[in-house]
Write a protein that binds this ligand. Structure first.
Ligand code: KG4
Ligand code: ZN
Length: 340
């Protein structure tokens, strides 16, 4: 079965071809980061317009790289939600029209399910069941993943997502959008232990997270140093922030491993690219004798490959495909609706 996947929920347009027998054949991606950087964040209207410009050339790239024709596609998967309504509409309208034209069905996919399953694209994938730490710009969740469509929420953030906390703290330190990756680079130049920031909910006894207080603590620190925002201060502050957030993410993940008794942890979403988070989790996994899996860096952030994969696995698991031609976006779509 050959599935075409289309992602357009935020500021990346991604199109990919996934073959159930041979795996990922191709994926093409365009990131709008440079376009939004000028405005300090994603401008929804500009995002939608850019998706419109990119979908057709990216589809041509994906087909050419995969050496397949449109007629060979068996189903078109696309991100139904959650995400920006206008941006989702572009991918949905394109996917539905395309499927109608080639007389094939569609399979609308939950964006987070794409992230959750993305580690299965790796050369050495995890096997079910596993614990997933999903840390993206919009979500921070720990889940038990027993199979395709079998997800149990173990804990989530009560306010800001981890990526959001990275981006907001980066902004406070004067870094351009999207600051998460830049902040983590700056942190590597900082000295540990110069500033002590709170570890929110570290001892809450459950698997909930909260990061808005940490962001406020960064704001307070920045205000205290308003007159001497030196490069050293910024690097040390970035280091303090990263250490606090990494400690919370790691300790809660360890708690989830202990609670479930599972031996595999999967880290998905953009914050999964963070080097300190990876190094600390790898250390702990060695000590506690479990395995950690990360998607390839290019599949940590938004992409079409994870949507093609999720669509294909859903179809294989018996989720019915939908007749092409009807619109089905869901900008607000709690993952809980997919949960057991
Ligand atoms: O999964 P993703 O591409 O988008 C969402 O679905 O939200 O994640 C993007 C998030 C952003 O908040 C970005 O700042 C963060 O991932 N991010 C990082 C790093 N690279 C990307 N955060 C920390 N360290 C990084 N190296
Ligand atoms: Zn995402």
């Amino acid at each position: 079965m050959l599935v075409l996947g289309i992602e357009s929920s935020c500021d990346e347009t991604g199109i990919a071809l996934y073959d159930s027998a041979t795996g990922l054949l191709s994926h093409a991606l365009h990131s709008q980061v440079a376009m939004h950087a000028e405005y300090g964040g994603v401008v929804p209207e500009l995002a939608s317009r850019d998706h419109i410009r990119r979908v057709v050339p990216l589809l041509r790239d994906a087909l050419a790289q995969g050496k397949r024709s449109l007629e060979e596609v068996d189903a078109v998967a696309y991100t139904r939600g959650p995400g920006l309504a206008g941006a989702l509409l572009v991918g949905c309208a394109f996917a539905e029209a395309l499927a109608l034209a080639i007389d094939k069905p569609t399979i609308p996919v939950h964006h987070l399910e794409g992230h959750l399953l993305s580690p299965l694209l790796s050369a050495t994938p995890p096997t079910f069941p596993f614990v997933a730490l999903l840390v993206s710009g919009g979500h921070t969740q720990l889940m038990r993943v027993t199979g395709v469509g079998e997800y149990e929420l173990l804990g989530e953030t009560l306010d800001d997502a981890a990526g959001e906390a990275f981006d907001k703290s980066a902004k406070l330190l004067g870094l351009p959008y999207p600051g998460g990756a830049l902040l983590s680079k700056l942190a590597e130049a900082g000295a540990p232990g110069v500033y002590e920031l709170p570890r929110p909910m570290l001892h809450s006894g459950d698997l909930s997270f909260s990061f808005s207080g940490l962001k406020t603590a960064v704001l307070t620190l920045v205000r205290e140093h308003a007159d001497d925002m030196t490069d050293t201060f910024k690097a040390d502050a970035a280091r303090a922030f990263q250490e606090a957030i990494v400690e919370v993410l790691v300790k809660k993940s360890l708690k989830a491993m202990k609670q479930t008794g599972l031996k595999q942890l999967v880290v998905a979403g953009g914050v999964g690219a963070n080097r300190q988070l990876r190094a600390t989790l790898d250390d702990e996994a060695r000590r506690k004798r479990f395995s950690v899996f990360y998607p390839e860096l290019e599949f940590c952030t938004d992409n079409g490959a994870m949507i093609a994969l999720a669509g294909c696995l859903r179809l294989q698991a018996g989720t019915p495909a939908k007749a092409a031609g009807s619109f089905a976006i869901q900008p607000r779509w709690p993952l809980s609706e997919l949960l057991r």
